[in-house]
Design a protein around this ligand. Sequence first.
Ligand SMILES: [Zn+2]
Length: 155
Amino acid sequence: MIKVKKIISGGLEENCYAVYDSESLRAAIIDPGEDGKKVIFEIEKDKLKPELLINTHAHYDHVLSDDQIRFEFKIPLAIHKYEAQMLARDYGSGSGSIGFTVNVREPEILLEDNQKVELSFTTFKVMQTPGHTKGSICLLFDGFLFPETLFFREQ
Ligand SMILES: [Zn+2]
């Protein structure tokens, strides 16, 4: 059964989510935000086994601990192809405005609108929803929709 764990990450109170299978404990992490240490703690506490990191968009409050999470769990990063360019530019990510830089290594996986992504425990669909940023995406899992910043359950 697919479940969702919400982790509030950092002083910016960014919402990180772990989507996971309650039997295999295989997981995907969405937008780890600022506090990578807390995200790692919460993932390990529940013995989850992450296999993919996904960013809904590249604003700094969502991506600050990307590399920490990738290094800890040895997992690739997936982001919409338009946002990949933003990751590489401090001002694009919004971080220039608050006076520090965000260094996120190049993503391994570039997503496109309507793409179906297969994980070991489920699949999800990428829905590009430009507006907040050009390459913002919503992620449609079975029974769950993850918009860029909000969260709700279908049904
Ligand atoms: Zn944003």
